[in-house]
Design a protein around this ligand. Structure first.
Ligand SMILES: O[C@H](COCc1ccccc1F)CN1CCCC1
Length: 325
């Protein structure tokens, strides 16, 4: 049974998007993350100080809860945030899509970034199950468990700028995009939705062909690209500079930002310049495009994804589809 769920920006900067998820009737707002593969929740097993302000899952109140004795999980994300705990299974419903036997990872410890982000009550991972962190046996993602019941083994992301969007499971809603969908192959060896971009253009400048190894990551806020692209971009922004104290490129908040075009095959995905004015930071504004140095690949995060209609095709040959909207 196909489903559709609203993805609501957590703040005025679209720093993350949260979706309501039902765990045997207990509804929590979770961050859908195509860059990881664990479904974990704030729980009654956390210290009270870490529970404060969050919606808490209480397994003792769930009729369908089955503890997995001796199973544990421990995850560290790219931004060094993390969480860990124990595991059970339960019935998990997202929009109209319900799965039973879903591994629900109960947090017994979460890092300070999660404690302070009180709108976020956990994550629903949508990357490949190969990178699920549960031991002694890794567990399947919601998408993997839902696939057999979906009309087609896909989910789509229609995130929006400063507005609620949707994740759909099982169907590609042609009312949500314009023109043709361009598909590109995915490499799953790192467990991510990883693909090769074909190049970039800054503003009305000419397109530069170059292979960009990237992942499509709904759990990452910004776009992280090779230095050559990032310097070329901010050269077109008057007053822009790399500010090591802020950890990235900043510019005067009054600056006019050029569009950034990112190639996917022959398709040209246009990120509006205004999406790249991410947020005020100190006396300047912080850029939505930053360097991928230290990450090992590029990340097409929410600043990019919200400019597109994106198909995550989980068929036997996984691929990503992109269309304008
Ligand atoms: O940790 C991510 C952002 O990390 C970016 C990233 C992704 C993949 C590899 C290396 C990286 F730096 C954001 N969190 C994910 C879940 C909560 C927020």
């Amino acid at each position: 049974n196909d489903g559709s769920v609203t993805a609501t920006p957590v703040d005025a900067y679209d720093s993350e998007y949260l979706c309501p998820v039902s765990i045997d009737g207990q509804i929590l707002a979770l961050e859908f993350d195509s860059g990881s593969s664990d479904l974990w929740v704030f729980s009654t097993s956390l210290p009270l100080s870490q529970q404060k302000g969050h919606v808490i899952f209480d397994p003792s109140k769930s009729k369908n809860w089955k503890a997995l004795s001796g199973y544990t999980w421990n995850i560290t994300y790219g931004d060094k945030s993390g969480a860990s705990g124990t595991v059970g299974t339960d019935v998990v419903t997202v929009g109209g899509t319900s799965v039973s036997g879903q591994a629900v990872e109960i947090a017994t410890q979460v890092s300070s970034q999660f404690v302070s982000d009180t709108a976020n009550n956990g994550l629903l991972g949508l990357a490949f199950s190969s990178i699920n962190t549960v031991k002694p046996q890794k567990q399947k993602t919601f998408f993997d468990l839902a696939k057999p019941s979906l009309s087609s083994p896909v989910f789509t992301a229609d995130l929006k700028h400063h507005a609620p969007g949707t994740y759909d499971f099982g169907t590609i809603n042609s009312a949500k995009y314009t023109g043709a969908i361009t598909y590109t192959n995915v490499v799953t060896s790192k467990g991510f939705w990883e693909f090769t971009g074909s190049g970039y253009a800054v503003g009305n400048g000419s397109f530069v062909s170059s292979s960009i190894d990237a992942i499509a990551d709904t759990g990452t806020t910004l776009i992280y690209l090779p230095d050559a692209v990032v310097t070329a971009y901010y050269q077109q922004v008057s007053g822009a500079s790399y500010d090591s104290s802020q950890g990235g490129y900043t510019f005067p908040c009054s600056a006019t930002l050029p569009n950034l075009t990112l190639g996917i095959g022959s398709y040209r995905a246009v990120v509006p310049g205004q999406y790249i004015n991410y947020s005020p930071r100190g006396s300047k504004c912080f850029g939505g495009v930053q360097s991928n140095t230290g990450i090992g690949f590029s990340i097409y995060g929410d600043v990019f994804l919200k400019s597109q209609f994106v198909i995550f095709d989980g068929s036997s040959t996984p691929r990503l589809g992109f269309a304008s909207k």
